[in-house]
Each structure stands twice: as C-alpha cells, then as structure tokens.
Design a protein around this ligand. Structure first.
Ligand SMILES: [Mg+2]
Length: 171
C-alpha cells in the first residue's frame, strides 16, 4: 500500500509551510496544475497561490511544473507564474518527476511532488523516489473516469489518515 501514500496530506497548497518542506528535507517543488494550482482546465490564478509561490521562491525553494496536461493548457499558466514546465509528464510513470528533478539540478530525494491525485501524482512520486504532498482537489470534477478514481482515492486517504493517527498516538 505504501506506493499509494504521500509523505504528507494537506488541504490546499497554501497550507504547506516552509517548515513542512524543511521537515522533508526538500528544496525542489514539482507542482501539478489541475486541481492543485487552479481548478481543472482553468487559467484563473488565485493571488493567494501566486503569493505562496513567490514566498517559497524568496525563501530559496525552487518550484517547477510537472503536469500531464498538454502544453497548450500548461504553458500560458506557467508563464504567468514565471515557472518552467514539463507537460505531457505521463504520471504515474516516474519520468516526468525524474526530468523535473534533473532540470532543477537536484537529487530526487531533495524534491517533493505536490498534487491532488493518488493515481498520478502520488504513485508517480513514489516510483520516482521523490517525496510527495497530497492535496485535496480544489473542486470536484464531473468527468466520469475522475469521479470513479476519486472514490478509490477516498478509501485510500481514509486508511492513510487512520495509519497517521495510529503512529501519532504510538509516538
Ligand atoms: Mg491534478
């Protein structure tokens, strides 16, 4: 089951603190786009998210985008954030995260994948040997395949939370 579990679970990207990243020992941030930086397929940029990215950059963290979406969707969004990107990343295959870490000039264990989907972001991160922080999706999707995946994800996250609670009470 551990391939399915993230290192941390957060509600929104803006809930991730510099201390969280230090705890993981990472400085490279491999960011998903859909339902992580904005809602699915949207180009709308929440100022709280661009502020979060600017703050992380000023503290020495290096963000880049690793998305499964095509360049036509990712490029304009990445440009507005002033970030480089990898599109068609083929997550959950590890190649996108491996390329992302290499592009940042960092070891994989110095990077964290931040995304909202177990079956792409988290499995891909675990296969690539990068850390992972899972977020809850900003908005539920309407596509039938995604809704189906979310049901499984709900079950996995329930088990993950239980496990975390157990290790917390045991420590
Ligand atoms: Mg996503």
């Amino acid at each position: 089951m551990s391939l399915l579990y993230p290192d941390m679970l957060k509600n929104r990207i803006t809930d991730i603190t510099p201390d969280d990243l230090k705890k993981l020992g990472v400085c490279g941030l491999l960011l998903d786009v859909d339902n992580t930086l904005t809602t699915h397929g949207s180009q709308v940029l929440d100022p709280a998210i661009s502020d979060w990215i600017d703050n992380m950059k000023s503290l020495g963290f290096i963000p880049t985008i690793v998305s499964n979406a095509p360049p036509g969707r990712v490029a304009p969004f990445a440009k507005r954030l002033g970030l480089r990107y990898i599109s068609f990343a083929c997550k959950p295959f590890p190649i996108g995260f491996i390329r992302g870490a290499r592009r940042l000039g960092l070891k994989r264990k110095e990077c964290v994948a931040i995304g909202d989907q177990t079956f792409t972001d988290i499995i891909g991160a675990n296969l690539a040997g990068v850390h992972s922080i899972q977020l809850l999706p900003i908005l539920p999707e309407h596509q039938i395949t995604l809704r189906f995946k979310r049901r499984f994800e709900g079950y996995i996250l329930k088990r993950y939370r239980k496990k975390q609670k157990k290790s917390y009470t045991n420590s």
